[in-house]
Design a protein around this ligand. Structure first.
Ligand SMILES: CC(C)(COP(=O)(O)OP(=O)(O)OC[C@H]1O[C@@H](n2cnc3c(N)ncnc32)[C@H](O)[C@@H]1OP(=O)(O)O)[C@@H](O)C(=O)NCCC(=O)NCCS
Length: 160
């Protein structure tokens, strides 16, 4: 089971690095208003999609490899929007666009499956509202393995 990730710190350092021109960002095909940065973390590949106001990253949506379940590879979402850009639809738009880009870039071969998931603290109302717009099925209640705190696990599986 994936764990909570708090992408806010990642957002702050991403925002700073973009302003310092120290990241190589890739333009996206379907949505030219967002850009992508690739790196690798302990769990595997991580794709960071971002939307901008001039050189300021308004928010990031990370899609990171999180493991396998029943032979299906899973990717976990993590999102953070800058405080001054919240409650303006940035999180929802970025999530929808980034998922479209990701699935366009890695089409699922016929007969295969890919899982998308998110683990959200029960206390995080903003993220739950956002997740309810993205994940069609209601979440499952879990206990986060690291913090021991109650959380909600959202997922959907796409088939090729
Ligand atoms: C969660 C977060 C990414 C939402 O980003 P956002 O750009 O403000 O979200 P949107 O504007 O697209 O809003 C999506 C929905 O959430 C609701 N929402 C956003 N912030 C909210 C808040 N603080 N309280 C209640 N609802 C909220 C919006 O009203 C909208 O629902 P609606 O269309 O029914 O009105 C942002 O609050 C954030 O960065 N939080 C800190 C990092 C974090 O918690 N990340 C998630 C860890 S899993």
């Amino acid at each position: 089971m994936p764990k909570f990730i708090d992408p806010h710190d990642a957002y702050l350092s991403f925002r700073e690095e973009v302003q310092n021109d120290s990241l190589q960002l890739e333009s996206c095909k379907l949505h030219p208003d967002i850009k992508m940065y690739f790196d690798e973390v302990d769990s595997g590949a991580r794709f960071t999609y971002a939307t901008f106001k001039n050189k300021i990253a308004k928010g990031i949506l990370q899609i990171a490899q999180s493991g396998w379940d029943n032979g299906i590879p899973y990717f976990q979402l993590g999102i953070a929007v800058g405080k001054e850009f919240r409650k303006q639809g940035v999180g929802e738009q970025l999530t929808r666009k980034a998922l479209e880009e990701f699935l366009e870039r890695f089409p699922i071969p016929k007969g295969e499956k890919l899982g998308i998931e998110a683990v959200i603290s029960t206390a995080n109302i903003a993220s739950q509202k956002l997740a309810a717009k993205i994940f069609p099925k209601p979440p499952t209640a879990i206990t986060d393995s690291v913090s021991g705190k109650p959380a909600l696990h959202y997922e959907f599986v796409k088939e090729g």
